[in-house]
Ligand binder design. Structure first.
Ligand SMILES: [Zn+2]
Length: 134
């Protein structure tokens, strides 16, 4: 059992089931918004068109593991905690420390909700003066 932010408990299989639903929903929303079909999905970072079948994955900004460990399991199936990323950019995201990933999630969510705009991670890292590890 894992915990949600409101203190209630949730089963792992419920989380996993909701993740599958959220990922599908996220892709549907992006396709609708960009007026494209699923095989035209590109990496949100490098814009490479290696579609869902051949490499772009729906990556968690705040990892499922970290969300569960910090008692905020609902982040695992929050569609605003997902990004379409190629393998290279997925790895790059995973190399960012958790507190930066948290800030990116909040910043990106705010931009999408309030300004209906997809921010760029590189720009965000510049704003917060984050220097990437080599
Ligand atoms: Zn990429």
């Amino acid at each position: 059992m894992y915990r949600l932010s409101d203190g209630s408990l949730i089963q792992k299989r419920t989380i996993d089931h909701r993740i599958i639903k959220a990922k599908k929903q996220y892709t549907d929303i992006i396709c609708e918004r960009l007026h494209i079909s699923e095989n035209k999905i590109v990496c949100e970072r490098c814009k490479l068109n290696n579609n869902l079948a051949s490499g772009v994955s729906r990556s968690h900004i705040i990892s499922v593991d970290y969300a569960q460990k910090t008692g905020r399991s609902e982040l695992a199936y929050d569609i605003l905690n997902l990004e379409h990323l190629c393998l290279k950019d997925h790895r790059e995201l995973e190399n960012l420390p958790n507190h930066i990933r948290e800030q990116w999630y909040e910043y990106r969510k705010e931009k999408i909700m309030a300004e209906n705009e997809m921010p760029e991670l590189e720009e965000f890292l510049k704003i917060i003066c984050y220097v990437k590890k080599k």
